[in-house]
Design a protein around this ligand. Structure first.
Ligand SMILES: N[C@@H](CCC(=O)N[C@@H](CS)C(=O)NCC(=O)O)C(=O)O
Length: 316
């Protein structure tokens, strides 16, 4: 999963944009694009979350790989994301509906003959040109927000409004480094002092979020933005995965009243819950062999994020 050295997270190399501009190579069109994800992966899930809450599920198709990595070719040792052979192999995972690929690697090899990066998800695929448009989740989320508004069921939702962009960018920066990627720095630390540094930064950033969210409903004020989607994908995995496998255990999420209720609030945004598959989340991290060699997946804590929360107190 991702990289063994979280600080070296690679920059994606397919970086085209779907755009409404005239003469765009990749114009927004219903049925033309497909989003390949893993339900376990937080980076892919933030794209799926954007797709669902913008109401684009009839416009852009998507499917998930299996939660367990395996050999992607007989001729070398690479291990990566695989599609199931049939839809009954694992709940939530389905065969590649467009290219019949067996692995995410195969898609990259179809799109480029000299790609040398990681075979990562998400992949935003163009069915017409049979290529990868973009494989960087932060950029895909932006395209979903602005470029499909003529086709979306919920075009009025703007996750990156002009007047909040500077604030969102500022929040994204520390949330990415201390929280989204911070949990990976804890989990993949090879020295005690590196772990301590990462875990202290992680919990300082969570404390900061808790403080912000004690005064307002969302990270940037009274409206939900991209910053919330990006924080949410880590919070929803926190008690079920990061606390257990990545040793992020100074506190659990449920000990933060504002953060915990906020996570439920975001989970309950129409469409959002369909982007969360907790079984895949638990298995993707639980199958990290160097962290959990037995591959045994713990049963708990089985939190109900659809239960009542107290965040409506800010919206009156
Ligand atoms: N820059 C990418 C990073 C995505 C990423 O790290 N995905 C991981 C899964 S959580 C992956 O597919 N890794 C494949 C590998 O490391 O071989 C993004 O945010 O879109």
């Amino acid at each position: 999963m991702s990289t063994a050295d979280a600080s070296a997270r690679t920059v994606s190399t397919f970086c085209s944009f779907i755009s409404r501009e005239p003469n765009s190579d990749f114009p927004p069109q219903a049925g033309r694009y497909h989003l390949y994800i893993s339900y376990g992966c937080p980076w892919a899930s933030r794209c799926l979350a954007g797709l669902m809450i913008k109401g684009l599920e009839k416009v852009i198709s998507f499917n998930s790989v299996k939660s367990k990595w395996g050999r992607t070719k007989d001729t070398d040792e690479h291990i990566g994301w695989l599609f199931p052979d049939s839809s009954t192999e694992e709940d939530g995972a389905t065969p590649d509906p467009w290219n019949g690929a067996k692995s995410i690697r195969e898609l990259y090899e179809m799109a480029s003959t000299n790609y040398s990066g990681k075979y990562s998800v998400p992949v935003l695929w163009d069915k017409k040109l049979k290529t990868i448009v973009n494989n960087e989740s932060s950029e895909i989320l932006r395209m979903l927000n602005t470029e499909f508004n003529d086709l979306a069921d919920n075009p009025q939702l703007d996750l990156y409004p002009a007047h909040l962009q500077a604030k969102i960018d500022e929040i994204n920066e520390w949330v990415f480094s201390d929280i989204n990627n911070g949990v990976y720095k804890c989990g993949f630390a090879k020295k005690q002092e590196d772990y301590h540094e990462a875990v202290n930064s992680l919990f300082a950033a969570l404390d900061k979020c808790e403080e912000i969210l004690s005064k307002q409903q969302y990270l940037c004020g009274g409206t939900v933005t991209e910053a919330d989607v990006r924080l949410f994908v880590t919070l929803i995995r926190f008690d079920e995965a990061y606390l257990i496998y990545f040793k992020c255990n100074k506190k659990n999420l449920r000990e933060y009243p504002n953060l915990f209720n906020y996570t439920k609030d975001i989970f309950q945004i129409p469409g959002m819950s369909s982007s969360v598959n907790m079984e895949h989340i638990k298995k993707v991290y639980g199958y990290l062999h160097h962290i959990n060699p037995s591959g045994i997946i713990p049963v708990g804590p089985d939190i109900d994020y659809s239960s009542t929360h107290d965040r409506a107190r800010f919206s009156t």
